[in-house]
Design a protein around this ligand. Structure first.
Ligand SMILES: Cc1cc2nc3c(=O)[nH]c(=O)nc-3n(C[C@H](O)[C@H](O)[C@H](O)COP(=O)(O)OP(=O)(O)OC[C@H]3O[C@@H](n4cnc5c(N)ncnc54)[C@H](O)[C@@H]3O)c2cc1C
Length: 447
């Protein structure tokens, strides 16, 4: 290919050694055959890759932790993947209560590194998710009711734009880009290379819990959980998962930033429902508590492919929604990671107004996602359809959808992901990427 700019960094073209490893995302369903992977070692490598792509008319996909949950987001056939995962510096400034992380870090690396130094970094249910992708989409997890979403803690950033220019944004400079990066989703405006985040002092100890029930009791548990979890002390974050009928169970995992005695009192209304099959509730030093929550998960490759969909519940599910849930869980593939997942909302998330950041869906009671999984590619269509039909049936009981857990079956998805912030996001997109160089199937189009 003829071009003025040379690719720099660790460059792997199709056919080079390491190409097959480079194209393994977390979900095999999202693997593609790009023309080239550039593993940037520094911001300039990102800039060169963008310029090279523009000169050669090659589609671009930024990538960090490879955990994209839909197709053509962090890989595209014939394209260039600008992968920041070799850029992993973490710089904590204790005096200012901030940390600067390069966007190639995985969430777990940041969480453990900060915990060892006595600080909290928000996290979700997997240590291997990339900070590069999770932050601009929002970043939800069990600490969010105390510390807010990951994007709520974002105070500055560095990004390379469509012309290969390094742009810095904070509350004073390019504040619109900072706003858009707090919920607008990755892959829309440029390639992020650094995030500066606020951090809080961690408590010495925290209480973690994992409680399980038989699958057959899921309706009773979810009914009580949907009333209990959103209104409980905001220091308590709780995730509730319900697996497929064949081989699945009900699991509540969570963390309370307080003592075990207090946690037991708060948990009583939910753990007294039905008959629990296991119950682990322990007070641990904070460093061990985060290890309990972020159990190592397989980074790559995953056996199962998935179709996810997501939304936010403003009210507890009525009986009709439970009927839909049951139908889904009865049809989902046996002994697979398919299922429903709920996370309690409120606290710090709801204290931010919906228009203060691009992340709009702040007034909910809980977050909900469901996924159908398969191993054999010939089972993909049935499972994708099952997830999407379930979305149609649940629409009366949910609002919106979470851009980090996207579903490309959603038509006219802008207002669904971004509510009333969509119009402003389009204006900001037009300012920073008018030619729509950074695009994917549901990205924000310029005006
Ligand atoms: C096992 C698993 C657990 C998860 N748990 C949670 C959770 O608890 N909480 C939660 O909020 N989400 C969770 N997610 C969803 C996750 O937030 C999204 O999938 C997120 O987009 C992944 O980011 P990534 O960098 O790992 O993925 P990638 O595949 O690398 O990228 C995903 C998207 O972000 C863009 N992107 C990545 N890096 C950059 C960058 N440097 N600049 C610009 N755009 C970029 C990509 O272009 C793509 O559109 C989970 C996903 C998985 C697979």
């Amino acid at each position: 290919m003829k071009s003025k700019t040379r690719l720099t960094g660790r460059v792997i073209f199709k056919g080079d050694p390491g190409y097959d490893t480079a194209r393994k995302n977390w979900d095999p369903h999202t693997d593609r055959f790009p023309k080239v992977f550039v593993f940037a070692q520094r911001t300039q490598d990102v800039a060169n890759a963008i310029k090279w792509a523009r000169e050669n008319n090659v589609p671009i996909r930024p990538r960090s932790g490879r955990h994209a949950l839909e197709t053509n987001l962090s890989q595209v056939n014939g394209g260039i993947v600008i992968d920041v995962s070799d850029m992993k510096k973490i710089r904590l400034n204790k005096k200012c209560g901030t940390v600067v992380v390069e966007t190639g870090n995985r969430v777990g690396r940041i969480v453990h590194s900060l915990a060892r130094q006595g600080y909290i970094a928000p996290f979700g249910d997997s240590p291997s998710v990339g900070i590069g992708g999770i932050t601009p989409g929002g970043g939800i997890g069990p600490l969010q009711r105390t510390v807010g979403l990951i994007c709520d803690n974002l105070i500055a950033l560095e990004m390379v734009d469509a012309k290969g220019r390094v742009i810095r944004a904070n509350k004073k400079k390019n504040a619109d880009l900072l706003w858009a990066t707090q919920g607008g989703g990755g892959g829309n405006f440029g390639v992020y290379t650094k995030y500066k985040l606020n951090v809080l002092r961690a408590p010495d100890q925290a209480t973690v819990f994992r409680v399980t029930w038989p699958w057959e009791q899921f309706e009773r548990i979810v009914k009580v959980w949907q009333r209990w979890a959103p209104s409980i002390d905001t220091r308590l974050g709780s995730e509730l998962s319900v697996g497929p009928k064949k081989g699945g169970n009900v699991v509540m995992l969570g963390m309370f930033l307080g003592s075990k005695t207090e946690a037991l009192r708060l948990l009583q209304p939910i753990i007294s429902v039905g008959t629990t099959t296991s119950k682990v509730i322990k007070q641990l030093p904070y460093t061990e508590a985060v290890t309990f929550m972020l159990a190592p998960d397989p980074i790559l490759p995953q056996k199962f492919s998935n179709q996810f969909s997501s939304g936010f519940g403003r009210k507890p599910f009525p009986d009709q929604a439970f009927k839909t849930m049951r139908e889904f869980l009865e049809k989902a593939e046996a002994n697979s990671p398919a299922g429903f997942f709920f996370l309690n909302w409120g606290g710090a998330i709801s204290r931010v107004r919906p228009k203060d950041t691009a992340f709009y869906w702040r007034k909910a009671k809980f977050y909900v996602e469901w996924n159908s999984s398969w191993v054999n590619p010939s089972d993909a269509a049935t499972n994708i359809a099952l997830t999407r039909e379930t979305r149609q049936k649940l629409l009366p009981y949910i609002v919106g959808s979470y851009i980090n857990v996207p579903d490309q079956g959603i038509k006219n998805s802008g207002p669904v992901y971004y509510g009333k912030n969509y119009a402003r996001l389009r204006k900001i997109k037009t300012k920073y990427d008018p030619k729509n160089v950074f695009n994917n199937p549901q990205s924000i189009p310029p005006l």
